[in-house]
Design a protein around this ligand. Structure first.
Ligand SMILES: CSC[C@H]1O[C@H](OP(=O)(O)O)[C@H](O)[C@@H]1O
Length: 365
């Protein structure tokens, strides 16, 4: 699986996910403006991946010192409003620059860029380790011979690691639970059809793409035992913002008595908001609805509505799988506890032993 985010020789290379699966092309970013545009155009997308890319964007601004770092933070924070990982990463990078700036006042020899690169790489590497823990915890809710439905792409392309929802699926498969996966195509930008099916197919999994409007009938036919999705922002009561169409699945799962799980790192939890009403929902260009891969499907003059996310109430969520374990309702309490847990990353190593089974040295992805 090509890395969606690569830092090489002082530049950031972003896999252009708009072209996947038919072309594998990287965009070279040499300044923070390039990174901001890449996030807005969804060349790089997915909550954790957006945060990681933005962190490297701050590194590209470091030659201008703290003033340019602050300029870059402001610009990057205006790219996409919903995924909280973006703001978490920018805050961490700005704090590192500010703290370091005080230090450089005393010792001008220190190089801000090297320090910020260290912090950005650490954010990236920690995300990879976190996803292995999410996968280890999450596989426990996947029964053998499970038929799993997933929505959008919460895989390696969305996170820079093994993925969150797809990381759970990969781990369950590697541990020996034969999995059949259905991917919702996920209109309008088709992240499920283009990205998730490609990731899973490349890993040799049994994957089938369905149109979003087929999910209910698939459930009625008894072909879905579990739904697992990613997240972009989780409120302190467990209400979860994720790709538009996720809420539909949660309601359908309630009706059909099917478990509905969210998989996400704790950096996706926003404890500053009490419920999902406060999540800023990105509205994108109506032309994304008006076209399919550039081909118009209805008249220009007819308005289109294009919210990129919806919010699933916590009471429709069976569990939230994080690196600190699987959180259950009441989420206000379980989230409060989870945020205080000091996670032992040692376990991530034995995740590798599973992921490497039949896979390459880099943990099977
Ligand atoms: C692992 S988070 C992935 C999350 O992000 C996606 O949104 P987008 O493709 O618009 O960045 C979608 O909500 C996924 O669940």
């Amino acid at each position: 699986m090509p890395d969606p985010i690569k830092w090489e020789d002082g530049s950031l290379y972003l896999l252009d996910q708009r072209r996947i699966p038919f072309e594998v092309e990287y965009l070279k970013c040499t300044n923070y403006q390039d990174v901001a545009e890449a996030i807005e155009k969804m060349i790089v997308r997915g909550a954790p991946a957006i945060g990681i890319a933005a962190a490297y964007g701050i590194v590209l601004a470091s030659h201008g010192g703290l003033p340019m770092v602050k300029e870059a933070v402001s610009r990057l924070s205006k790219t996409r409003p919903t995924a909280v990982n973006l703001f978490w990463a920018l805050e961490k990078m700005e704090r590192a620059a500010t703290d370091f700036h005080d230090a450089t006042a005393k010792d001008p020899g220190l190089i801000l860029k090297d320090h910020l690169l260290e912090v950005a790489v650490d954010i990236h590497e920690e995300e990879r380790r976190i996803e292995k823990l999410i996968a280890l915890h999450g596989q426990s809710i996947v029964p053998p011979n499970c038929q799993v439905l997933t929505h959008c792409n919460a895989g390696a392309l969305a996170t820079g690691g093994i993925g969150t929802a797809l990381g759970v699926i990969r781990m369950a498969q590697k541990i020996g639970k034969a999995i059949k996966v259905y991917c919702d195509e996920t209109r309008p930008l088709l992240q499920g059809a283009r990205l998730s099916s490609w990731e899973l197919w490349m890993d040799g999994l049994d994957v089938t793409v369905i149109c979003d409007d087929m999910a209910a009938f698939l459930m009625k036919k008894g072909k879905v035992d579990l739904v697992i999705v990613g997240a972009d922002r989780i409120a302190s009561n467990g209400d979860t913002a994720n790709k538009i169409g996720t809420y539909n699945l949660a309601v359908l799962c309630k009706y059909h008595g099917i478990p509905f799980y969210v998989a996400a790192p704790r950096s996706t939890i926003d404890c500053s908001i009490k419920d999902g009403e406060a999540v800023p929902i990105e509205e994108r260009d109506p032309d994304e609805v008006r076209t399919v891969r550039g081909v118009k499907i209805f008249l220009e003059d007819i308005p289109a509505w294009n919210p990129a996310f919806d919010v699933t109430p916590g009471d429709l969520i069976s569990g939230i799988i994080t690196e600190a374990g699987i959180l259950k309702a009441p989420y206000r309490e379980s989230i409060e506890t989870a945020m205080r847990i000091d996670v032992n990353f040692e376990d991530a190593h034995w995740a590798d032993s599973y992921l490497k089974q039949g896979g390459s040295e880099d943990g099977g992805i």
